[in-house]
Design a protein around this ligand. Sequence first.
Ligand code: ADP
Ligand code: MG
Length: 256
Amino acid sequence: MTDSPPVIEIRNLHKAYGALEVLKGVDISARRGDVVSLIGSSGSGKSTLLRCANLLEDSQQGEILFKGEPVRWRGTGMNRHPADPKQVLRIRTNLSMVFQQFNLWSHMTILQNVMEAPVTVLRRDRAEVEEAARRYLDKVGIGDKCDVFPAQLSGGQQQRAAIARALCMEPEALLFDEPTSALDPELEQEVVKVIKDLAAEGRTMMIVTHDMRMAADVSDHVVFLHLGRIEEQGPPATLFGAPKTERLQQFLSASV
Ligand code: ADP
Ligand code: MG
């Protein structure tokens, strides 16, 4: 098991929006069971990196591997795109994303939200998906909210529903983009608790977060991104306890 390839591996990734270079050669990977947190100032490229990882964004150079399988591309540079839609679908559905703004469908109940993609995208058996959806909603503590609409829930409950929805895809890894940033401080902790539980059960996760305490608590590895490059990385105790670069020192002292 220990020498199985990482669930997600990114090598020398370059990404630009037009003339704006956002990622300038980033290497990052997560092995099965790893929790990798990404920290860095606003605009440093954290969201872009996650979106490139699950192929929501194209990138111009570098490799992305899912369980050792490289993404196949056609074209080069600004004209580079994934070559195989089936591969994209397989990778994207295996790297389930949880967004800052929850992105629940407002016209569907919570249960329908959680069931939608497994049924329509993965074409799984509806009854089995419903059973799993109820189990995941229970797991995140909102098993009693199946039949209500997102607007009837607090932000913390909506985000927990979004996590249940990601889990119901039965993905290989979860990608979180600032999952607690839209929440009031008192609701933040209920989402942090769910993420801690997922880490404790050995889920593979990449988490973009501004919450240094959560990053310190749940991560195996922390990556500090600065202007599209990895400025410093390491185990949380080292990164938070003894930051080496001045940029990380400044970032951390501004984050408390
Ligand atoms: P972070 O998540 O670290 O705050 P982002 O990855 O969102 O950073 O953004 C990195 C840079 O890319 C920023 O300068 C941002 O303005 C720019 N950017 C992000 N998305 C787009 C886009 N769709 N089009 C053009 N520029 C973008
Ligand atoms: Mg972002």
